[in-house]
Design a binder for this molecule. Structure first.
Ligand code: MN3
Length: 243
């Protein structure tokens, strides 16, 4: 009898562990230490930053990351939830990406905060403390579309530098499956039906002043040049694979 109880409680524990592992997989990007093993679709909740606030120093200082994540990004997430309630979006049915693809049907609050939330969740994963280099099929695609990695970086840097006011620079895969670079104003992104550039995001850079002003003041170009040392090319490759 005791043996049965033990077996039953073991099964119960095992099942519970299985469920929580499933929830982890659904809600969190899967990490093995610093090595991201699978990119999960971005949901409606803010996920833990995959590194410490100061882990990206000196390129991005810890205070900037702390304020950016806990104030700016958290605010978009909260305001998105408010907008979903007000505009009766069932977030268990409509994925965030679906919402963004049809964003023209919703309010400006939904557009600004849905984009703001998605863009930051995506942006954190575009960076890592230690640098890497693109390779394999990603590098081949870059070379095919831009001639060289250097040419792609220059074009992307220009897109970020030349975005007037606040916005984002993007490397995307277009519907015809070539790579392209562009920028979006405010918190718009290439998933949105109202966007001038459309495609699957592969890499994103936040060029709002809140992303760099404490350390770089008006020197946006310096911020961008240093940011290249942080790019997580494995993440870009995965986005390419999943596109
Ligand atoms: Mn930002």
């Amino acid at each position: 009898m005791k043996k049965n109880m033990n077996r039953r409680s073991f099964i119960a524990t095992g099942t519970k562990a299985g469920i929580s592992a499933g929830l982890m997989a659904a809600g969190f990007p899967a990490f093995a230490g610093n090595n991201r093993i699978a990119f999960q679709p971005i949901g409606y909740t803010q996920q833990p930053l995959p590194y410490a606030y100061n882990a990206l120093e000196p390129a991005i200082d810890g205070t900037t990351m702390n304020i950016h994540y806990t104030k700016h990004a958290a605010g978009y997430t909260k305001n998105l939830a408010d907008a979903c309630l007000a505009e009766k979006v069932d977030t268990s049915v409509t994925s965030l990406e679906q919402l963004l693809r049809g964003i023209s049907k919703y309010s400006a609050k939904m557009r600004n905060n849905g984009g703001g939330h998605y863009n930051h969740e995506f942006f954190w994963q575009c960076m890592q403390p230690s640098s890497s280099e693109p390779g394999g099929t990603l590098l081949q695609s870059i070379q095919r579309s831009f001639g060289s990695l250097e040419a792609m970086k220059n074009q992307f840097t220009d897109a970020g530098k030349n975005r007037f006011g606040s916005g984002w620079a993007w490397l995307i895969m277009t519907p015809d499956r070539s790579l392209a670079i562009g920028s979006t104003p405010n918190q718009d992104n290439p998933l949105m039906d109202i966007s001038d550039i459309k495609g699957t995001p592969l890499l994103a850079l936040d060029v709002w002043e809140h992303a760099y002003y404490l350390n770089y003041q008006n020197r946006r170009a310096d911020y961008i040049n240093n940011w290249w040392k942080l790019v997580n090319w494995n993440f870009v490759q995965q986005n390419c694979n999943n596109a």
